[in-house]
Design a protein around this ligand. Structure first.
Ligand code: SAH
Length: 362
């Protein structure tokens, strides 16, 4: 198996390079390229060609390889299908917005949570991602952002504008089943890439001990809770994790976190419809009554409810609801004084939502 240079520390990298009969400074040059997310050795123009060829035969740069790259029609969203060293595949999405460039990072290959509306969990959990595998997703996005400017660059050049500014851990997987690696990854993103805590969001289906671990960690990141239902009975039907951690316990842990960090809590709420026996779409979790119930749960807390149109997953038996129904639900929350916004769909044309690309593999 080829050696992944990104996974070597400085001493190991130097040993690897000097054993090839190369001077030590080459390992520093290579490290700079690795830190920039160089996808292969051919771009390392300050190395002699025979060394680049040699490295190409025996090593890889990053612990992830790009299998597929899809651009949305508006060029705002780039989706990467990435292959890990052991052949598992994950997804990572780069979103260019007016407020900055955001990367949606996967924390696991697959997912064990079994949410009934989600594509990522259909094939179960394969494994947790390492710190390096999460960090490399951001580097790949960074390289993409810089690639226009990279045609003639030298390492250490000034390519700082338009870099990744935001990280959302909302890709495949449940980050709070891999909490210590997620924390290790975010610490690195903060210290090495200068991504401020306030521009980092971790999204969870509601693992109470994991939320408490984030509180102990004590960084002012944004926490997002995938709620999707305002009563236990309904929530347990679509999110099996609710049988373990009840809605109110999840919310209390999340309120504690956001109060302690003085951050607004994000509540994610997918608006789901179902087809009835006449093939008409009926509201599933977004009736007026549920809007009132949701308002009661959240009233008095510093929250933002993100209403998410459901991205169709063929294998799943839900339906998208009409724009009118979305607005009716939102209006009730607003009337009750709850901050809310409707999430803009990004990259729907490239299957950018939640494990859709990985599922279509093969
Ligand atoms: N496991 C974490 C993070 C990954 S999912 C969590 O549950 O929060 C990221 C977000 O996408 C969650 O809010 C999830 O509920 C939502 N999601 C999953 N499948 C979706 C779909 N088909 N359409 C819209 N949102 C979806």
């Amino acid at each position: 198996m080829k050696t992944i240079l990104f996974n070597l520390n400085d001493i190991e990298l130097e040993k690897f390079i000097t054993e090839l009969g190369q001077p030590r400074f080459r390992s520093k040059q290579i490290r700079e390229w690795l830190n920039r997310g160089a996808p292969d050795f051919s771009v390392m123009k300050n190395l002699p060609e025979d060394l680049r060829n040699k490295l190409n035969d025996i090593a890889e740069t990053l612990p992830l390889k790009i299998v597929k790259k899809l651009e949305s029609g508006d060029n705002q969203t780039t989706k990467f299908l990435l292959e890990l060293n052991d052949g598992e595949q994950i997804e990572c999405v780069l979103m260019r917005t007016t407020y900055g460039n955001s990367v949606c990072v996967s924390s696991q290959a697959g997912c064990a949570m079994g949410c009934k509306f989600c594509a990522s969990t259909l094939l179960g959990l394969k494994r947790n991602l390492t710190v390096n595998e999460m960090f490399a997703q951001v580097l790949i996005a960074q390289w993409e952002l810089r690639s226009d400017k990279l045609k003639d660059i030298k390492p250490n050049g000034d390519a700082n504008n338009g870099d990744v500014s935001h990280i959302v851990v909302m890709g495949t997987g449940e980050p709070l089943q891999n909490t210590q690696n997620v924390i290790g990854f975010l610490e690195r993103a903060n210290s090495e890439l200068n991504i401020s805590w306030r521009r980092i969001t971790v999204s969870t289906c509601g693992i109470v001990p994991g939320i408490q671990e984030l509180s102990t960690w004590g960084r002012p990141i944004n926490l997002a809770i995938s709620l999707h239902a305002p009563v236990d009975e309904l929530r347990s039907q679509i999110m099996p994790i609710n049988n373990k951690y009840k809605l109110i316990d999840v919310l209390n842990a999340a309120f504690d976190f956001s109060d302690q960090q003085n951050r607004q809590l994000m509540i994610e709420y997918i608006l789901l419809g179902k087809r009835d026996e006449n093939d008409e779409i009926v509201l599933y979790n977004c009736s007026n009554e549920y809007a009132e119930k949701l308002s009661e749960l959240l009233r008095g807390h510093n929250v933002m409810v993100n209403l998410i149109p459901w991205n169709t997953v063929d294998e799943r038996d839900f339906a998208s609801i009409s724009g009118n129904a979305v607005h009716r639900f939102q209006d009730i929350l607003i009337k009750n004084g709850i901050h809310t916004r409707i999430r803009r769909e990004r990259g729907a044309d490239i299957g950018s939502a939640c494990g859709q690309l990985r599922l279509k593999r093969g």
